[in-house]
Design a protein around this ligand. Structure first.
Ligand SMILES: Cc1cc2nc3c(=O)[nH]c(=O)nc-3n(C[C@H](O)[C@H](O)[C@H](O)COP(=O)(O)O)c2cc1C
Length: 278
């Protein structure tokens, strides 16, 4: 079972030891132009999770391809490049420039204005621009995420990444929003039930492989994501508190699998579906 980092939650060059414990590295979302992101405060802790309003700060695709990607390749791990944009053509242009990576199309950042096109239109444009594997990263805020999953599958996605953050807010003692932007993406343990439901629904709706994420902190929690239908998992917010989480979660997952009577993680994929009459 592949364990990845969640996009934006690990700086590979600053923490190569963490990358070494993963089965692949996912970059922070890359946009066509460099972005400084939102003004501080961009991060806030809440009692059950974390809020971030980074606003897709990144060096832009040219600098990414020239300065950053070659260094990332030196890790010798499968690379996933998270692609963002403000129109379908912006996404597609970046996809066309990439080689020898898996592409994760970030269709769901709550901290920037969204592209006017639908998720399926963006995926179709990316599909026309590349033959590389394309994973569509979806928002858990969609009213019917299964419908979005079916639409991106029909548009040519090879897999799903579930889920991105939910929009949230925290107030300070003076009752003002803590984050400069007002709202941010809410991640961490409270997102987990939402993520489980999204993975469960998309597993029923499509045959696509699913990278499951959202609040995973232990091997048992990873197993639950797998049982809902994830074929790989990713660790996000937990990495800020526990950079050793990849090795620990892998070990705990093996224990949790044995305890639940599974010979390996692949046997557990979708297990939750077998026990529910719908
Ligand atoms: C600080 C921070 C930055 C993030 N940046 C991105 C990003 O650039 N692109 C993206 O697709 N998701 C981004 N995410 C969302 C994560 O990849 C992940 O979908 C989400 O945090 C849920 O997983 P978790 O609860 O394990 O953190 C970011 C999350 C955090 C906390």
């Amino acid at each position: 079972m592949n364990i990845l980092n969640a996009s934006g939650c690990l700086d590979a060059l600053a923490a190569p030891g963490v990358v070494a414990a993963l089965d692949g590295f996912v970059t922070k979302t890359v946009t066509p132009d460099a972005r400084v992101g939102n003004q501080p405060a961009r991060i806030a802790e809440t009692s059950h999770g974390m809020l971030n309003a980074i606003g897709l700060a990144n060096p832009g695709r040219d600098a990414f391809l020239r300065d950053y990607l070659p260094e990332l390749r030196s890790f010798g791990k499968p690379l996933w490049v998270s692609v963002g944009g403000f129109s379908a053509s912006e996404y597609a242009e970046t996809c066309a420039l990439l080689t020898d990576v898996t592409i994760e199309i970030n269709l769901s950042c709550p901290n920037v204005d969204e592209a006017p096109e639908s998720a399926a239109e963006i995926v179709a444009a990316c599909r026309a621009a590349t033959t590389l594997p394309l994973y569509a990263k979806l928002s858990p805020a969609a009213w019917d995420i299964a419908e979005v999953a079916r639409a991106v599958e029909a548009a040519g996605a090879d897999g799903l990444t579930l889920v991105n953050t939910l929009r949230g807010m925290a107030l300070d003692r003076r009752l003002r929003p803590v984050l400069n932007r007002g709202t941010g993406g809410y991640s961490g343990p409270s997102l987990r039930p939402v993520a489980l439901a999204a993975v469960y629904a998309c597993r029923r709706a499509t045959a696509l492989p699913i990278v499951g994420m959202g609040g995973i902190t232990t091997g048992r929690e990873a197993l639950e994501m797998i049982a809902c239908g994830a074929t790989a998992i990713a660790l996000g917010t937990v990495l800020f508190a526990d950079p050793d989480a990849p090795a620990r979660v892998r070990h705990e997952l093996d224990e949790a699998l044995a305890e639940a009577g599974f010979g390996n993680a692949d046997d557990a994929v979708g297990a939750a579906h077998e026990t529910v009459a719908m």
